[in-house]
Ligand binder design. Structure first.
Ligand code: NAP
Length: 328
């Protein structure tokens, strides 16, 4: 029995959710192969959904969110890991219906776990987190579909977690990055990360037209909805757009015309259920050629007591850059 602290979400009345830093017991964690003492987690949009009772993310409460964790193995019944190993967990069921990284301990199957790459500190791994992994997967798919250095790439939701990291990686790879944001005070941060231009969200305003002026070799869309619909219509011939998010909605109006007249590609991104080998490939790139140390300057670190404020800002779309949790 080890007592530990966690941000727990409870449902005191049906449909009403509360957040509280609580003391819990590791004996009540699920009996998985690895018990991990968490050093850092990070804050992602899905954690905000879980903290606000979204049953598509978390079915039962009380619950501890946190879809990311880096920590030290305390107990292992897996041949892949031994006590003392430093490891990284992102996605699968962590923080959804399995207690997540907003607690000082997690218990998970070894099939969800990677060794932390030597080139990454625990802190840097969480500065990337699921948001950074998703950005890396998006960039990877754009490259696979023909994006070349100096390409004109628009990143939407540029001050969000995925957007921030996407701007940084794309700039490092030599793209001409245009960052779209509603936050005029975030221009300096986006330029510091390598954006060449910062534009407003109206660059992708909804339009009833089936095709719009060709502007982008690629779009890394992190918000979805009609923004994605307009991105498809503004792609140059053979261009590609990645879709990973839904903060601006799930539905969009489009026709087949951009696909059959301009040969554009709509590329879906999932960072959660992809094979562990693909996650490992991406984390190795993040630890080497795609590492952008400047991301630390766009990161805010909080402890368990600071999470509620960050989750509240995220609900309002008011976050800027990355937010990580450092356990005491
Ligand atoms: N598919 C996957 O595996 C995967 C993985 C990670 C995340 N996601 C999804 O990707 C999305 C972004 O995640 P995140 O962690 O980057 O979220 P985030 O940190 O909350 O950032 C979202 C950003 O979107 C913009 N935004 C917010 N509300 C908007 C609206 N109504 N219309 C247009 N833009 C809006 C804001 O940026 P500006 O103010 O700069 O415009 C905001 O900072 C979420 O939907 C998340 O669920 C999916």
């Amino acid at each position: 029995m080890t007592m530990y602290q966690a941000l727990q979400i409870t449902e005191p009345e049906k449909g009403i959710f509360a957040q509280q830093v609580t003391t819990l017991d590791t004996d009540n964690l699920p009996p998985n192969e690895l018990l991990i003492k968490v050093q850092y987690s990070s804050v992602n949009y899905k954690d905000m959904l879980s903290a606000n009772g979204n049953k598509g993310v978390t079915r039962n409460y009380p619950h501890t969110p946190g879809i990311d964790a880096v920590g030290i193995v305390q107990r292992s019944s897996s041949e892949r890991f031994k006590e003392g190993d430093q490891v990284l967990v992102t996605g699968y069921d962590l923080g959804m219906n399995t207690a997540g990284g907003f607690g000082e301990y997690i218990s998970v199957p070894s099939a969800w776990v990677l060794p932390l790459p030597d080139s990454l500190s625990a802190e840097m791994a969480m500065i990337y987190g699921t948001a950074g992994l998703t950005a890396a997967l998006s960039v990877d798919k754009l490259l696979q579909n023909g994006l070349k250095p100096a390409g004109q790439v628009l990143v939407t939701g540029a001050t969000g977690g995925v957007g921030t990291v996407a701007v940084a990686i794309l700039a490092k790879l030599g793209m001409h990055v245009v960052a779209s944001t509603a936050k005029s005070d975030a221009t300096d941060m986006l330029l510091m990360l390598g954006a060449k231009e910062v534009v407003g969200r109206d660059v992708l305003e909804a339009s009833p037209k089936p095709l719009l002026k060709e502007q982008w070799d690629a779009v890394c869309d992190t918000v979805g909805g009609e923004v994605l619909g307009s991105a498809i219509k503004q792609l140059k011939h053979s261009g590609s757009v990645t879709t990973c998010g839904l903060v601006a909605g799930t539905a969009f109006n489009a026709t087949v015309l951009p696909f059959i007249l301009r040969g554009v590609n709509l590329l879906g991104i999932d960072s959660v259920e992809i094979p562990l080998s693909k996650k490992s490939e991406m984390w190795n790139l993040i630890g080497s050629a795609w590492n952008v140390p400047e991301l630390a300057k766009a990161t805010t670190t909080v402890n368990l007591h600071g999470l509620t404020e960050v989750l509240g800002k995220m609900k309002q779309g008011a976050v800027c850059g990355r937010y990580i949790l450092k356990h005491d």
